[in-house]
Write a protein that binds this ligand. Structure first.
Ligand code: B12
Length: 210
């Protein structure tokens, strides 16, 4: 088994210490952070999701896999983000109300930060008012994450709240998360959608003309 496959397996098994150790080894062996992230960590998270769907894994297994990924991201972060870049714009990011999934949002934040954006991380289970406040506090872009089909409508609630506050014209809104699509973004009147953290950076840059 390759190191990358070992990382993937250890994520599935939720062995945080093994994951961290193997990620360090892979970096030392010259593997790119991108390969470690996508083929190791994210691939492992996708698999645990499938096992959950098949009734083989349960919520505690998803949780320990997520913790393992979280710890590995701390190691990987310096390799994914460049330091000392002037902020391009302020992005307020959060997982919408009712949704506790954190990792995708965290990855998008890290990549945006690495490309010179200032991040206001509003956390998980964020009510619409908090996004409205973030605009009043200088955010130029709002980034919304949802991992559940049942919480996707909360993205629309955020857009509605921004509209009602009379702030829609001064903000760009980008949405994402596993069940979200471009079609959904168009339907609820978001300005953009991206499928992963790398294309999220591209999309946000495009939206603000950077
Ligand atoms: C880990 C996990 C959990 C953990 C989360 C821990 C944490 N700290 O985040 C815990 C155990 C808490 C959890 C709970 C639940 N979960 Co869960 N979970 C997952 C799992 C396995 C992985 C998610 C993940 O981290 N993926 C890795 C990251 C990197 O990927 P990502 O989040 O998709 O993010 C990427 C893109 O989507 C995008 N992106 C994400 N956000 C944004 C935002 C913007 C602006 C942009 C541009 C892009 C973008 O970029 C990211 C990087 O590439 C998924 C399976 C899956 N395939 O997604 C299920 C999954 C999302 N969960 C699911 C379910 C059902 C639940 C529960 C309802 C289970 C239960 N019965 O309690 C609860 C709901 C809790 C709640 N209220 O939120 C289902 C959702 C089904 C559906 N269609 O709605 C899934 C798909 C599993 C499945 N196959 O059934 N879960």
């Amino acid at each position: 088994m390759s190191l990358i496959e070992e990382i993937r397996e250890a994520v599935i098994e939720g062995q945080a210490n093994v994951v961290v150790e193997k990620v360090k080894q892979a970096l030392e062996a010259g593997e790119s952070a991108d390969t470690i992230l996508n083929q190791g960590l994210i691939s492992g998270m996708k698999r645990i999701g499938e096992l959950f769907e098949e009734g083989i894994a349960f919520v505690p297994e998803m949780l320990i896999a997520a913790r393992a990924m979280d710890k590995a991201l701390v190691v990987l972060k310096p390799y994914l983000t460049a330091e000392g870049v002037q902020p391009i714009a302020k992005v307020a990011i959060g997982t919408v109300k009712g949704d506790l999934h954190d990792i995708g949002k965290k990855l998008v934040s890290m990549m945006l930060e690495g490309f010179g954006f200032e991040i206001m991380d509003l956390g998980i289970d964020v009510p619409p008012e908090k996004f409205v406040d973030a605009i009043r506090n200088g955010a130029q872009v709002i980034a919304l994450s949802a991992l559940l089909t049942t919480t996707m409508p909360a993205m629309k609630s955020v857009i509605d709240a921004i509209q009602q506050a009379g702030l829609r014209d001064q903000i760009r809104i980008v949405i994402g998360g596993a069940p979200v699509t471009q079609e959904y973004a168009d339907k609820i009147g978001a300005d953009g959608y991206a499928a992963d953290a790398t294309s999220a950076v591209r999309k946000v840059r495009e939206l603000i003309g950077a």
